[in-house]
Write a protein that binds this ligand. Sequence first.
Ligand SMILES: NC(=O)c1ccc[n+]([C@@H]2O[C@H](COP(=O)([O-])OP(=O)(O)OC[C@H]3O[C@@H](n4cnc5c(N)ncnc54)[C@H](OP(=O)(O)O)[C@@H]3O)[C@@H](O)[C@H]2O)c1
Length: 318
Amino acid sequence: MPEDFQLAQAEMPEPGDGEFLVAMRVGSVDPAIRGFLDDRPSYIEPVALGAPINGMSLGEVVASRNPDYPVGTLVRAFATWQDHFILSGDSWGLEKVEQQPGTDLHHYMGALGPVGLTAWVGLFAVGEAKAGETVLVSAAAGATGSTVGQIAKARGCRVIGIVGSAQKADVIRELGFDAAIDYRATPDIAVEVARHAPDGVDVYFDNVGGEMLEAILPLMRLHGRVAVCGMIGQYNDADHPYGVRTLWQLVVNRIRMQGFITYDYPHVLAEAQAELDQWVAAGKLRPLANLRDGFENLPAAFIDLMSGRTIGKTLVRI
Ligand SMILES: NC(=O)c1ccc[n+]([C@@H]2O[C@H](COP(=O)([O-])OP(=O)(O)OC[C@H]3O[C@@H](n4cnc5c(N)ncnc54)[C@H](OP(=O)(O)O)[C@@H]3O)[C@@H](O)[C@H]2O)c1
């Protein structure tokens, strides 16, 4: 609810030795933030009541006491929802951004940034997708899903996307997916996936978890891989997680199911970034963005994202 958020003024922070002050230019709006707002352990500490929300940010260095990050440097990092914030050289997820002429800055927070890297790491480093294999992705018209499908196609995979509306199905077909399934218009998702993947699924890139995961596991091929990127279907009701009843299939078909956090794979990020840049330049990866303007609109954009209405990456430009 909008009234659960508060816009607060604070003193402008001053960088200490080795630190730099960043002015936010593009704020990333992510489902993971929903988890950070629960008072339970996760891969970061819960956001304390009254404290600024954590999220990925792209910004410009405006004051610096770190010679590696002079004024004018563009950086992205895991930061907080503040229009100015302090970073240091070892901040989590810190990367310099080299904006290419003609490329909008917001794409470096989308397909040319964390979204693209998440899709690449999950699909290739975790899922080990190879040319000729069948890839299935849920939330396929979303930020991550729409990127997964396109980069899987770029590497020669067959791609099936699962989405929540006829409009989203049209969007992903237009992006080049081989098949699109609207789960809301399908009485039995397993029957529909099996129709499009009669020999089974090699890689399931899971964004949703819950009943969808339960339905897909029996459709995996021998030695299939499930790259668990997220479980958005569970985030709003974390006290009542869905009990997936088909886990025995992991044994039957020797399936490897692995969760991942993108920035745990620093050794592949440069390779991933280079390939994403090439695919965008070649028109093989078309970034989809759901843009809003104004720092004060971060909460509204977040509520929009969690409603399931959005297509592509939800971002706020400042
Ligand atoms: N592991 C990592 O490092 C990492 C990094 C980034 C994101 N993620 C995860 O990747 C997943 C996708 O994130 P994203 O940023 O790309 O978001 P997104 O897909 O752009 O947006 C979320 C979409 O999820 C679908 N959805 C399914 N069940 C939902 C529910 N109960 N409530 C709301 N939406 C629901 C909706 O699409 P439909 O209408 O098609 O159902 C919605 O549009 C999330 O699980 C997120 O946590 C993980």
